[in-house]
Design a protein around this ligand. Structure first.
Ligand SMILES: Cc1ncc(COP(=O)(O)O)c(C=O)c1O
Length: 376
C-alpha cells in the first residue's frame, strides 16, 4: 500500500474538473465552469515567439512583461514597481503560493461564503480554519482572533458576481492594516465590466501586508495559463522563493505572446468588442432567466464578471436538481461547493455561467431548469 501524505486527506476531488469533463460532451448545455466565450480569443493574431525563449528563464517572469504590468497596476493606484511583479502560471498558482506562504494546519483565514471554490479547495488542503467574512463589518471577531489572511474577490466575485462598494473596500483595507492581517485580493474579472461601478482595488494605497493578483485567462485566453501578482515588500521575496520552488518559472512563450497582445495598438478596441459581446450575452441571459425562472428563484443581474448566482427556495433539493438536469443535458454548479460550511436550512443556489453557451442554447437550458424546478 503506497504511503501518501496526511495532507491528501484534505484534498477533495475537484468538482470543477468532473463537471468540465461532463461539459465537453457535444450536446451538453453547460452553465458550469468559468469558461470565457471561445469567440473572444478565436481571432487573436499571435506571432511566433523568438527561439531564444526556449531557454530557461527568470523565476520572476520576463522583464518586459513585468515592467508593463507594473505600469498597469500603478495606473490602478497600486503602489508597485517592476521588481515586485511576479508572473504566474495562471492566477490559480497565486492562491497556491499564498497558502504555502501563510497557512499551517489551523491557521485562521477570512473568506466570504460563498467564495471561489478552487481557492477554498487549496486553503482547505493546507489546513486553513475558515472565518466567514462579512464585508459590511470585516473586522467582526478579529480583536479576539485575527485571521492570518483575508482572501477576497471584491470586483465581480466568483460565484455571486457582486461588486463591493467603495466604503466596503476602504473598511477591509483599514481592518487588515489595523489587525496585521494579510490582505489577499484576487482580481481576475476586473476588465469584464458591463455597468458603471466602483472598482478601485482594495490594495490601492493599502498599508501593511498585501497581495494583489490578476489573470489573463478572461481577457486573453485561459489555455495560455498566465497570471500575475504584486505584493507588499515584506511578502514579495517569500512569494518569489515559493514560485521558484514550485515550477522554476512561467512558460516564456506564453509570456511573450501576452505581451504582444497587451502592446498591440488595437488592444483597447478588441477589449471593447469582447466586453460588449459579454454584456449582450448577460442581458439575453437575464431576459431568459426572467422568462423561465421568474417567481421560482432570486438573483441579481451582475455588473461584471461571468456568473449569475441564482438562489433557490429551501424546498428545492439542489443536488437532485443537478442530477436531473444533467440527465436532460444541462449542467450547472451547485451553490454548496462555494460555501465554507453548507447550511441546509438556508436554501440552495446555482452558479450559472452565461459566457460559454450560445444565447439560444442558454435559453433552452434555462427552460429545462425552470421546468425541472416546477416539476419539483
Ligand atoms: C476568483 C478566481 N481566482 C482565480 C481563478 C484562476 O484563474 P486562472 O488560473 O485561469 O488565472 C479563477 C478562475 O476562474 C477565479 O474565478
Amino acid at each position: 500500500m503506497a504511503r501518501l501524505s496526511e495532507r491528501l486527506g484534505d484534498l477533495r476531488a475537484s468538482p470543477v474538473r468532473a463537471m468540465l469533463a461532463a461539459s465537453q460532451q457535444p450536446e451538453m448545455i453547460s452553465f458550469a465552469g468559468g469558461l470565457p466565450d471561445a469567440d473572444s480569443f478565436s481571432d487573436l493574431d499571435i506571432p511566433a515567439p523568438p527561439r531564444h525563449l526556449l531557454q530557461y528563464g527568470p523565476s520572476e517572469g520576463e522583464a518586459d512583461l513585468r515592467a508593463h504590468m507594473a505600469g498597469e497596476l500603478r495606473a490602478l493606484g497600486i503602489d508597485t514597481e517592476a521588481d515586485r511583479v511576479l508572473i504566474l502560471s495562471g492566477s490559480q498558482q497565486g492562491i497556491d503560493l499564498v497558502a504555502k506562504l501563510a497557512i499551517d494546519r489551523g491557521t485562521g483565514l477570512a473568506v466570504e461564503s460563498p467564495s471561489y471554490l478552487a481557492a477554498l479547495q487549496v486553503f482547505r488542503f493546507f489546513g486553513a480554519s475558515f472565518q466567514v467574512l462579512d464585508r459590511t463589518d470585516p473586522a467582526a471577531g478579529w480583536a479576539a482572533s485575527p485571521p492570518a489572511v483575508a482572501y477576497v474577490t471584491p470586483t465581480f466575485q466568483n460565484p455571486t458576481g457582486s461588486c463591493w462598494t467603495a466604503a466596503e473596500r476602504a473598511g477591509l483595507a483599514a481592518a487588515c492594516a489595523a489587525h496585521e492581517v494579510i490582505l489577499f485580493e484576487d482580481d481576475p474579472y476586473r476588465d469584464l465590466v458591463y455597468d458603471p461601478c466602483d472598482r478601485r482595488p482594495v490594495c490601492a494605497g493599502a498599508d501593511g501586508s498585501w497581495i494583489h493578483q490578476g489573470s489573463f485567462s478572461k481577457t486573453v485566453a485561459p489555455g495560455l495559463r498566465l497570471g500575475f501578482l504584486t505584493a507588499s515588500p515584506d511578502l514579495f521575496p517569500h512569494l518569489l522563493a515559493l514560485k521558484q520552488a514550485a515550477d522554476l518559472h512561467t512558460n516564456r512563450f506564453a509570456q511573450w505572446s501576452v505581451l504582444q497582445i497587451l502592446q498591440h495598438p488595437g488592444r483597447a478596441q478588441r477589449m471593447a468588442r469582447v466586453v460588449s459581446a459579454y454584456r449582450r450575452k448577460r442581458d439575453l441571459f437575464a431576459e431568459a432567466l426572467d422568462r423561465e425562472l421568474g417567481g421560482l428563484a432570486r438573483w441579481e443581474v451582475p455588473v461584471g464578471g461571468l456568473f449569475f448566482w441564482v438562489r433557490l427556495p429551501a424546498s428545492v433539493d439542489v443536488e437532485a436538481l443537478h442530477r436531473r438536469a444533467l440527465a436532460r443535458g444541462v449542467l450547472f454548479t451547485p451553490g454548496d461547493h462555494f460555501l465554507t460550511a453548507p447550511d441546509p436550512s438556508a436554501g440552495g443556489a446555482m452558479r450559472l455561467n452565461f459566457s460559454a453557451a450560445p444565447p439560444d442554447r442558454a435559453a433552452e437550458g434555462l427552460a429545462i431548469l425552470g421546468a425541472l424546478i416546477r416539476e419539483g
